[in-house]
Write a protein that binds this ligand. Sequence first.
Ligand SMILES: Nc1nc2c(ncn2[C@@H]2O[C@H](COP(=O)(O)OP(=O)(O)OP(=O)(O)O)[C@@H](O)[C@H]2O)c(=O)[nH]1
Ligand SMILES: [Mg+2]
Length: 500
Amino acid sequence: MAQRKRAGLITRRTHDRNVLLLNLSSRAPSPASSVSSSASSFWMPRGTLTSRYLSRLLPSYLRICITKRQFAVLTCLFLTAFVWFAPPRHTVATVPVDQLQLYPYIVPDKNERVHEKNPTLWLEKNSNNKHAISEQSLLPSFTHMTTAGRPRAALISLVRNSELGGISQSMRQLEYQWNRKYQYPWIFFNDEPFSDEFKAATQNLTSTKCYYELLPREHWSLPDWVDEGRFMNSLEYLGAIGVGKGWMISYRHMCRWNSGFFYKHPRLREFDWYWRVEPDVHFFCDIGYDVFRFMRDNNMKYGFNMNILDDARSFPSLWPRTRSFINAHPELIHPDADLDWLLDPHNGGDYNNCQFFSNFEIGSLQFFRGEANGKYFDWLDRGGGFYYERFGDAPIHTLSVAMFVPKEQIWYFGDIGYQHDINRHCPPNSSHRCICEPTPIDENFYKLVPLESPQKKPADSCIRQFLGGNWLKKNDGWNQEAERAFGGDGYHGYELNGLE
Ligand SMILES: Nc1nc2c(ncn2[C@@H]2O[C@H](COP(=O)(O)OP(=O)(O)OP(=O)(O)O)[C@@H](O)[C@H]2O)c(=O)[nH]1
Ligand SMILES: [Mg+2]
């Protein structure tokens, strides 16, 4: 109580002193005394630099009639008005669509071609297609372009009605980053009829034509040479040991369809090229050239974005069966095929399990429809590996492409920022056209290998095995065994890490 009384006294005293000081300041005519008394006593700490500075800015009548809070509110209002009305520092120059020069695409003379590993540079050197290299933000829709020489290509997606949300997300990003400029059709495949909702929603996301295709029953069912009992055992076993989706019947059909049937669908007869797109994937970068023209004009057969290890317990017999196929059909192996990057010299020359991550693929349908790939698929299919094991389309496409295509016709689309679930690739030095954090080259190497899977890993990460050259150079003095002895995974000694 006594304390409160004392506090009241002090307050009153202070207040009295303020009034006194105010009265004094209003009486005092000199500006100097006015500043010091009113500013310091009324709403500012006495004598600080700020107080002296601000008091010089404010007219004297304001100094005595506004409170600290009013001053703060006024300052905020002033700043908001300034930000709102201030003119932008950079104005973007826009060119009206009808003033843009459009160039028809002319296929360059074969003899003058330069084999350039960077697609954008390659197009620059080998074509007059300004759409491939100019400022994409200024481009109108492709409808003004001549369609002469345009690749017969499509974006394809196997998808369920229930994945409408996921496929919409993938479409939105790919349309924005690429297809709104190049206008290739979408083809959706399903083992059940697509719902009206699915059709309306997906067609709404693109100005190109969408096709909705039902799979032939024989492409999505158990073949008669497969023993159902053995298949059921496999579902149970792979499910029990934790192989991803090892227990799902539909997953087996899906892997088989993607391995050997997608290119046989009647709708794709009118196309030569495809880009595979899955639900819920991401495309982070503006893609400033026509990837299909690039593939065709550079004589590429298969394009990928990530090269990884997956759980090898899903395909234990794949390599022995592939080896027996090679022995049975040596004439089908391309003379310039290079399998070295897939074979492990420390492991009796066995397959090292590296695989193109096939949910992203840009490829030649003619290649897949060819004799060699067809016979290879039939060979594997007859052995029942899609049902007795869980053969995936990724290692099968990888082995097929490696056996039947020269390596220089396989293209690493490292410039395309892409994500499927936990695997993400984002190119370095690309902040001007990508919305992702660049990833090191080994980022996705063995993310999908479960700890309990005892599979061997290759000497170098899969993408380095494929790229070779400088990517294999190690720092002086680095030693893989030594790194492992200290608890590392043995993949840290490289000179280049992909962020250069
Ligand atoms: N229509 C249809 N599509 C399917 C079926 N099963 C899988 N798919 C599609 O096949 C593609 C691959 O299937 P996912 O289950 O994503 O296989 P995954 O990519 O290996 O597995 P995640 O890593 O889980 O994504 C996706 O586009 C699916 O939409 C099915 O039963 N019917
Ligand atoms: Mg998927």
